[in-house]
Design a protein around this ligand. Structure first.
Ligand code: ZN
Ligand code: ZN
Length: 381
């Protein structure tokens, strides 16, 4: 089946701004919203198409991919990048909360065709902090998340076993009520039954009528090697379970990496600042430096090395996520000026200084002669 061009679907120009697209989307979504066209299959298809187009074009990254590759950007193996294409459906509820806003997931029954009051579970966020070493090797992590599961006593109905909920009189079991606001008829979650469509007179003693209970859940997640700070891992369906049989939310794991004692990271490259003695810097020598894999390696310091000089050790950086590439390790040295000198050491340094010529310090010699020239010239003018 050939798909229509997204811009055509929204009826906007390829150059449309975000704002223009939002306006176009809102208008179309209002027209084709399934609530306004009950039982109209064509409107439903249209509504989905509008949503899909807007999901793509309102996201800068996806829009750029679409502009370059067309629909191929989002088909399997179409080179659109990870995660593209299969996320569309999940954003529908977010969008509609934003536009028709009652702040909570709209009852799944309005779109999913189930009983009113079904509600998608909340998305959960879990902050996971790992060390740089763990980001280097990858890590299998077991996390415990407090979440709620469907109540076993009442099978999620919220009513005491043996009793039955009765339909809500305010909304007629629909879960939502309509109110006129300006030109629009706005739908809201029913204030009487809070979207359930039914009233529980005799609540379940286990869950107090909520239909779910709190539990701690254990999940194993695999953190791949090469992850970086700020990465978000989405585990579909691992969020809070839905209300009264609604679908589960998603779990988002937000990754952060602890600052390391020796290494700073820039993408796949690592940087390590290492002090060297004045004598090593002047005479050459070898220093031992740490490597992220837990080993150590030698770096040869040539004579006459200055502060901030960098030495690159190839392939000793971080792995690149989902690739065989590895970054490099950069050792940046700085010359440590000796302190707490003994009398004898002072004498030796003074003796060295007396024997020193401009060739020993070409930078200083050059700099100060330029300064003299500059000020000498300025004074004469
Ligand atoms: Zn219960
Ligand atoms: Zn109601």
């Amino acid at each position: 089946m050939s798909k229509r061009d997204y811009y055509e679907v929204l009826g906007v120009a390829k150059t449309a701004t975000e704002g223009e697209m939002k306006v176009a989307f809102r208008k179309l979504a209002m027209t084709f919203h399934p609530d306004r066209n009950p039982g109209d299959k064509e409107a439903e298809i249209k509504f989905k198409e509008i949503n899909e187009a807007y999901q793509c074009l309102s996201d800068g990254q996806k829009r750029a991919a679409y502009d370059r590759f067309g629909h191929a950007a989002f088909s399997q193996g179409g080179g659109g990048g990870p995660g593209f294409g299969n996320e569309f459906g999940d954003f529908m509820s977010d969008i509609f909360d934003n536009f028709f806003g009652d702040g909570r997931g709209a009852p799944g029954g309005r779109r999913g065709g189930g009983a009113p009051g079904r509600e998608r579970g909340a998305d959960l966020r879990y902050n996971l902090e790992i060390t740089l070493e763990e980001a280097f090797t990858g890590k299998a992590e077991t996390i415990k998340i407090p979440t709620s599961i469907t109540c076993e006593t009442c099978a999620g109905s919220g009513a005491k076993p043996g009793s039955k909920p009765r339909p809500c009189a305010t909304c007629g079991g629909y879960g939502r009520v309509r109110a006129a606001q300006g030109f629009f008829a706005i739908e809201r979650t029913c204030p009487n039954c809070h979207g359930r469509g039914e009233i529980v007179d005799d609540p379940c003693p286990n869950c107090h009528g909520a239909g779910r209970v709190n539990r701690e859940r254990t999940l194993s997640i695999n953190v791949p090697a090469g992850v970086d700070d700020g990465l978000r891992i989405r585990l579909a369906g691992e969020g809070e379970s839905g209300l009264r049989g609604g679908p589960s939310g998603d779990l988002y794991v937000f990754l952060s990496i602890k600052p390391h004692e020796f290494f700073q990271r820039d993408g796949a490259d690592l940087f390590c600042r290492v002090p060297i003695s004045m004598v090593t810097a002047a005479l050459s020598g070898e220093i031992t430096v740490p490597v992220i894999d837990g080993s150590q390696t030698q770096v040869r310091i040539p004579s006459g090395t200055q502060t901030a000089k960098q030495f690159r050790i190839k392939g000793k950086g971080m792995p690149v996520l989902r690739s065989r590439e590895v970054g490099d390790l950069y050792i940046q040295v700085f010359v440590e000026t000796p302190q707490n000198l003994t009398k004898r050491q002072r004498e030796l340094l003074l003796e060295f200084d007396q024997s020193a010529s401009p060739e020993n310090h070409p930078e200083s010699a050059g700099f100060f002669s330029k300064v003299r020239e500059f000020f000498g010239g300025a004074a004469k003018a």
